[in-house]
Design a protein around this ligand. Structure first.
Ligand code: SF4
Length: 279
């Protein structure tokens, strides 16, 4: 069997930055370090941080002192205000691409647009974005949701969850154009996402089997899996090498491997080594 890794796979700029900031915080004299939610959607990496004394909390209400790290997805501004008001030290690891999407939402709101956020309603990034998009903002996950939108919106402004697929965005925009006259779109899908999706698509087309490595709770890894499945039905989303099944492969297969933006190199390498060891 031959193994090929996608040209763009694994940790993105935003995740590396967040992990660097977390590691720096871990070296400070303050021994009470928390991340607000798991720092990235990767249970193996989060477990390693826990072992090093960096725990995650679900709400600012759970702590009264120490340092709190805001993860790449960002949060509503009132969360940061509340943390500071409690005297907590705040390390903001919100990815700059997410910050850009938040700024775009604020701009559209100030310009009088009714906002639509293309993304997953319950994803933390979208929950944070909603706080910048005004009370009337509506989340659209897929083209079928467009039928539920109010018809009387005059100016429609669109921002996008950074890890959405371009295809989903294109389908939603063309649906909006059929109903609304004035639409302004900020395509806030980040370049890391676009590159990973395009590289995964190319590799899935030619591979016999495709492995997509990343947290089952990771939105961008799940999207990579959907894209690969469209190209290749033998695509499998795994978190670690332990999930690999010998029955997936034939002797001379080309096995493509890609990984979500929150997948560590060592996890990806274990998968490659495991496939290479199959006889
Ligand atoms: S996937 Fe994009 S937006 Fe998300 S953390 Fe990585 S670089 Fe930032």
């Amino acid at each position: 069997m031959k193994v090929e890794i996608a040209k763009h796979a694994g940790y993105c700029y935003g995740v590396e930055r967040a992990l660097d900031l977390t590691s720096q915080a871990g070296k400070s004299p303050d021994k009470l370090i928390y991340t607000l939610g798991p720092i990235i959607h990767n249970p193996q990496v989060v477990n390693r941080l826990e072992t090093n004394g960096i725990h995650h909390i679900d709400s600012i209400d759970e702590i009264d002192k120490g340092t709190v790290i805001i993860r790449t997805h960002g949060v509503e501004p009132q969360v940061v205000r509340k943390a500071k008001a409690k005297g907590l030290k705040v390390v903001d690891a919100t990815c700059p691409f997410v910050k850009k999407a938040q700024q775009c939402a604020s701009t559209l709101l100030k310009e009088g647009y009714d906002l639509i956020i293309v993304g997953e309603r319950n994803h933390p990034e979208v929950v944070g974005l909603l706080a910048y998009a005004g009370l009337n903002a509506i989340v659209v996950e897929r083209p079928e949701d467009l039928a539920k939108l109010p018809k009387e919106m005059n100016k429609v402004g669109v921002v996008v969850q950074t890890t959405q697929s371009q295809e989903n965005l294109d389908a939603i925009i063309s649906g909006l154009l059929a109903t609304y006259k004035q639409i302004k779109v900020f395509n806030t899908i980040c370049s890391a996402t676009t590159k990973r999706q395009s590289a995964a698509r190319q590799l899935a087309k030619k591979a016999d089997v495709m492995l997509i490595v990343g947290g089952k709770n990771s939105a961008n890894t799940t999207r990579l899996t959907q894209i690969c499945l469209e190209m290749n039905p033998k695509s499998y989303h795994i978190e670690t090498a332990s999930e690999i099944k010998k029955s997936w492969f034939n002797k001379d297969d080309l096995v493509g491997v890609t990984a979500g933006a929150s997948t560590a190199d060592w996890i990806l390498q274990e998968v490659v080594d495991s496939v290479c060891s199959i006889k």
